[in-house]
Design a binder for this molecule. Structure first.
Ligand SMILES: [Zn+2]
Length: 224
């Protein structure tokens, strides 16, 4: 069974989190988190989100969700404010060595990305945050740039940059949790073509393809 990874987009609903430069933390956090899930979709990991939309969700509910799932790891995704710039990560003040080493692996990957984009690494920090203290599994929280800093906000407003943030976070998780790429299953790939009507009959992976079938699949994809 694949590792269960709980991703927690910070805030939501009537709790917007930080805001500045026309940006609202709850929306950025959800967008980045969903992109992380997509970036992990071709990997052997069962990704669950504490929220899928702009809803109220208490800190206790986030923790209960992860604890009830018996998740292997919990990562809360936030955006910072308060007059700084750059990236920082948190584990609980009382976190043990494993939680620290997993966070280090995530932090290294993500901070390297931010450095390459010109943003400072504010460091691997500890705090007595509720979700970090009460989750039973190892947990970390990421603060991705500052909405109230013009330079940071300009990047956060850019969907392409948010995609790069998400890919860096996904790479950090793959490295920290030793997540494997999904196994390649050629028979399942053929079945997907059949299920979508691109081919009419079942085929074995080693069956030869003739030009008539090949042209038919291409034309169906082209909508002709
Ligand atoms: Zn936050």
């Amino acid at each position: 069974m694949a590792l269960i990874l709980v991703l927690d987009p910070g805030h939501g609903g009537k709790d917007p989190g930080a805001s500045g430069n026309g940006l609202v933390e709850k929306n950025l956090a959800l967008d980045i988190t969903k992109r992380v899930r997509t970036a992990l979709s071709s990997h052997q990991v069962d990704v669950k989100l504490t929220r899928e939309s702009d809803v109220d969700l208490s800190l206790a509910d986030r923790v209960a969700y992860a604890n009830n799932l018996n998740a292997g790891y919990f990562l809360s995704i936030h955006v910072n404010a308060g007059g700084g710039t750059g990236f920082e990560s948190y584990v609980w003040t009382g976190a043990g060595g494993e939680t620290e080493s997993l966070r280090r692996a995530v932090h290294m990957e993500v901070s390297a990305f931010y450095k390459s984009a010109g943003f400072p690494d504010r460091g691997e920090k500890k705090a007595d945050f509720y979700v970090l203290r009460n989750t039973k599994m190892s947990a970390a929280l990421l603060e991705n740039l500052f909405v109230d800093n013009k330079t940071d906000a300009a990047k956060l407003a850019d969907a392409g940059f948010r995609e790069e943030i998400a890919k860096a976070i996904a790479a950090g998780l793959v490295s920290a949790l030793k997540i494997q790429p999904a196994a390649w299953d050629p028979a399942a790939e053929i079945e997907k073509l059949r299920a979508d009507g691109l081919i009419n009959s079942p085929h074995q992976p080693l069956d030869p393809v003739n030009w008539g079938e090949f042209a038919t699949v291409i034309n169906r994809l082209r909508g002709k």
